[in-house]
Design a protein around this ligand. Sequence first.
Ligand SMILES: [Zn+2]
Ligand SMILES: [Zn+2]
Length: 339
Amino acid sequence: MRAVVFKELGSELGVEDVPEPTPGASDLVLRVKSCGVCGTDLHVSSLPPGLPAGTVMGHEFAGEVVEVGRQATGDFRVGDRVCALPYIGCGTCVHCVTGDGMLCASMQSTGLGALPGAYAEYVRVGANEALRLPESVGFREGALVEPLSVGLHAVKKARIAHGANVLVIGAGPVGLSVAVWARFFGARSVVVSERAAGRLELARQFGATDVIDANREEVGPAFEARAGGPPDVIFECVGVPGLLQECIGLAPHRGRIVVVGVCMAPDTIVPAIAVIKEIELAFVVAYHRDDFQLTLDMFARGRIPGAAMITDVVDLDGLPAAFEALKTPSTQCKVMIEI
Ligand SMILES: [Zn+2]
Ligand SMILES: [Zn+2]
C-alpha cells in the first residue's frame, strides 16, 4: 500500500510502498478515509531524536473496516465506519477495560513510532479502541474526534465553575477544542488570545465570546476589558518557553492554569509568584475513551463545530509539501488528508 513515511531529521516526508497491515486476533484493519496532521507530528519529526526511519505517522483518523480479527470484540463488520483511540492496549487490564488504556502497561501508540499510523491507505487498530461513527458523522469529523477529545479532557480537568471567566492562549486546533468545550461546560466568557490573525475568526466560530490579537494588545488588560475581571482559569495551548510564567503573571489569586501545550524545551518559572497567588497548576495529556464517545455524540447532535478548523485538504501525494508548510506560521489550522 502507499504510505507517507518519515525518513530522517531535516528531510521531507516521502511517499513509499509499504506492506499492508494484517490484523492481530483482537484487531481491525481500516481503509483510511481521513487523517488529520497534528502539531505533535511536527514536533516529533523535526526535533531530536526524531523518529525511527520508515515511521508512518497519523493518529487522528477515521475509516472503514476491511478486516476483522478472529477474537475482535465489539461485533465489528466489514464496512463499518469507525474512528479509534490511537493506541493498542492489552485489552484485559483494568485500564483497558475501563477506557483508560493510555495507562496500560503494554500500550503501544499508533503513529508516533511504535505502531504505524494513518498517513497510509490502511491502518491497524485495536477493536477495543475502536468506536463506530454515528450515521450523521462523516469521516472528516471522525478524524477530528481525537483533537476535540484533547480539548474535552483538558476542560474536564479544569473543573470550570459555571459562569467562570476563561482565557485560552493559542487558537490552533487544541486551543479551538478547548474553547468549544469551555463554553459547552458553562463558562461565562471564553476569551481566546492568538498571534496569527487568521485564526482569530476561527476562534469565534469555536465558541470564543471574544478574541485578543496578542500582537496588538497586552493580554491581561485586554482580557479584563472584555470579561470584566481576571481569568478564573487559563488554558495554555501553545507550548513555548516563557508562557508558563506569563500565565502565572496573568492569573489572579487562587487562579487555575491548565497546561495543554506541549513545550519540548526547558522552561523557567518563578515559583514564589505562583506560591503567593496560591495558583493551581495542572498538566494534562490525551483523553479517556469516554471523551471520544461524548465528542462523537455531540458531533452527531450538531452541538459542537468541527469541520471549520480544517483549512487545507490534501491527498497522500500532497502531504509532504503541506507538512513542510505547517512548520512556518501561516493561515493553516488543521490540515486534513483524504485518502
Ligand atoms: Zn494529535
Ligand atoms: Zn491493558
